[in-house]
Design a protein around this ligand. Structure first.
Ligand SMILES: CC(C)(COP(=O)(O)OP(=O)(O)OC[C@H]1O[C@@H](n2cnc3c(N)ncnc32)[C@H](O)[C@@H]1OP(=O)(O)O)[C@@H](O)C(=O)NCCC(=O)NCCS
Length: 144
C-alpha cells in the first residue's frame, strides 16, 4: 500500500536517491550537492509517496498557494511507475492549493505524452530564461 505525505521533511540524500531511482537524475544537478540541498530546503510544497517507509515518489513544487505553483520535479521510482502514483501526487499537490491556483511545469522529453494523458494542457506562450542565459540589453547587467 502507498502512503502519501504533504511536506514531510526529507533529506537531500533521500531526494537524490529518488531522482536516481526514477531516472530523472540525468536531467537534474545531482553532482551539485549545494544545489540539491537548496532544492529540497527551499521548496515549499513537497508531496511524497511511501511504500513500507521507503520513498518511492515525489512531487516537488514552489508555490504561493494562491495563483501559481511551479511543479519542478515529479519522480517515481522505476519499480513503482505506471501504478497511478504520479497522477496521485499531482492531485494531492493541487488539493493543497487555492481554487485559482494553476500548476505549471516543464516536461522531460520522456514525459511529453504523459501530461496531456492525465489532463494537463499545453501552453503556447510559455517562455523560459535558460540558466546559462542573460537578458539582452539590460542596463543593470551591463553596469555590473
Ligand atoms: C513520468 C512519471 C512521472 C509518470 O508517473 P507514473 O506514476 O509512472 O504514471 P501514472 O501511473 O500516474 O500514469 C498515468 C497514466 O499515464 C500513463 N503514462 C505513464 N508514464 C507515461 C509516459 N512517460 N508517457 C506517456 N504515458 C505515460 C500510464 O500508463 C497511465 O495511463 P492510463 O491512465 O491509461 O492507465 C514517472 O514515470 C517518472 O517518474 N518517470 C521518470 C522521471 C520523469 O520523466 N519525470 C517527469 C519529469 S517532468
Amino acid at each position: 500500500m502507498i502512503r502519501y505525505e504533504v511536506n514531510k521533511a526529507i533529506t537531500p540524500k533521500q531526494f537524490l536517491d529518488i531522482l536516481k531511482r526514477s531516472g530523472l537524475a540525468e536531467r537534474r544537478p545531482v553532482d551539485d550537492a549545494k544545489c540539491i540541498e537548496k532544492m529540497i530546503h527551499n521548496a515549499n510544497l513537497v508531496v511524497t509517496a511511501w511504500a513500507n517507509d521507503k520513498l518511492v515518489g515525489i512531487a516537488r513544487s514552489v508555490t504561493d498557494y494562491s495563483y501559481c505553483c511551479y511543479l519542478s520535479d515529479l519522480a517515481i521510482a522505476r519499480a513503482f511507475q505506471k501504478k497511478g502514483i504520479g497522477r496521485e501526487l499531482i492531485a494531492r499537490t493541487q488539493a493543497e492549493l487555492g481554487p485559482r491556483c494553476a500548476i505549471i511545469l516543464l516536461s522531460a522529453p520522456d514525459a511529453v505524452d504523459y501530461y496531456p494523458r492525465i489532463g494537463l494542457e499545453k501552453h503556447s506562450s510559455a517562455w523560459v530564461l535558460p540558466r546559462e542565459k542573460r537578458l539582452k540589453n539590460s542596463i543593470f547587467l551591463t553596469s555590473k
